[in-house]
Design a protein around this ligand. Structure first.
Ligand code: BYC
Length: 326
């Protein structure tokens, strides 16, 4: 157990540490000004930075389709969704800043490959059906993972998740509605949907992370109530939620082992290729290099905006000082 004595906390922080443990035990929120163990702060910065980077990199696979969307309506919807993802990234960077992380440092770490982002965004979007399947699977997986994070023990993270989840629900429904429309279309459109489902199913299951017996961070994060469920529990929830939706849509999920297990009250399913997940996480997925190169270029192209904003802030601060001195 992580009692103050067990963690070997120095005497001067023991009272603080037991107050922190008490907050967690009572299911109350830890706020930025509260004392927290360094491990708790570091775990949160790791997870929140990775989450923020995922939202920002996640704009790329779908963003590529904005100019090619088949109608003005689809273009407007996709534009709005990709903009929402930028917004999610910004709330999350702000949440990480409340823990003392520096935004430009996080960006540097991302483009130097020292901080991770979700494996899912390293796969290519080949057809417009991929846009629908990303909404259905990827945003569906995000909802399963993130709704429990609304109760995360760290206040700013949990509160950011409330708004993010509302928008993710809209994203998921737009994806599913797009696919329903395509399934009512031609044979070629139905084939495009099935092909996209086949390509995105396994990578979507990998979004939940490695299996529980190979997830080094889960136990600690769950004890601190940063994570509320294990990777496998959330993966199961996603499969159970998605199977009836696939039946309604009229597509097959590409897993011969997938079947309802009445005894367990859940679906049994096959195992994703965990070696593939490791490869993608370590930088060797189909689009890792392209995603990072694009992010690096966008960061460099935006340098003048950051410089202008800094110069403007300095001018305003000088004016305020002059006003106060006058
Ligand atoms: N991809 O001990 P584990 C979105 C890493 S945004 C890459 O289980 P943990 C959306 C993991 O970080 C989707 N890396 O870790 C956006 C750890 O490495 P480090 C992002 C992964 O933290 C736009 C190592 O593997 N969502 O949905 O307990 C459009 C061992 O793993 C992955 C979030 O970030 C992966 N799939 O659990 C549409 C949600 N899996 O850091 C949609 C918040 C594992 O020790 N994050 N790793 O070097 C979480 O819930 C957790 O961090 C995870 C991993 C479940 C992802």
């Amino acid at each position: 157990m992580n009692t103050p004595a067990a963690t070997g906390a120095p005497p001067e922080t023991r009272g603080l540490e037991s107050a922190f443990e008490d907050t967690i035990a009572r299911d109350q929120r830890v706020e930025p000004r509260d004392w927290m163990p360094e491990g708790y702060r570091k775990t949160l910065v790791r997870q929140i930075a990775q989450h923020a980077h995922s939202e920002i990199i996640g704009m790329q696979p779908e963003g590529e389709w904005i100019t090619r969307a088949p109608s003005l309506r689809r273009k407007a919807i996709l534009f709005a969704k990709v903009q929402d993802e930028a917004g999610h990234g910004l709330y999350l960077y702000s949440a990480a800043e409340t823990l003392g992380a520096d935004r430009s440092d996080m960006t540097e770490r991302l483009i130097e490959g020292r901080q991770k982002y979700s494996s899912i965004f390293n796969y290519p979007t080949r057809t417009f059906a991929d846009v629908g399947v990303i909404g259905w699977f990827v945003d569906g997986a995000a909802i399963c993972n993130q709704v429990p994070l609304c109760r995360s023990s760290y206040g700013p993270y949990g509160r950011a998740m409330v708004r993010v989840c509302k928008e993710e629900s809209f994203h998921q429904r737009q994806g599913y509605e797009l696919l329903l429309t395509m399934m009512r279309g031609t044979d070629a459109q139905r084939a495009m949907v099935q092909d996209a489902v086949n390509r995105w199913w396994w990578p979507s299951l990998m979004m939940f992370g490695p299996p529980d017996d190979n997830s080094p961070n889960s136990a600690r994060s769950m004890a601190w109530k940063i994570k509320r469920h294990t990777n496998d529990q959330l993966r199961q929830r996603f499969v159970d939620m998605t199977v009836p939706q696939a039946e309604k849509l009229g597509v097959t999920l590409p897993d011969p082992e997938l079947r309802r297990n009445e005894e367990r009250g859940h679906h049994d399913f096959g195992s994703p290729d965990w070696a593939e997940l490791q490869r993608v996480i370590s930088g060797d997925g189909p689009c890792n290099a392209e995603r990072i190169a694009r992010r690096r270029a966008a960061h460099e192209e935006g340098a003048w905006v950051r410089e202008a904003a800094t110069a403007h802030a300095a001018k305003q601060a000088a004016r305020t000082r002059e006003g106060a001195a006058a």
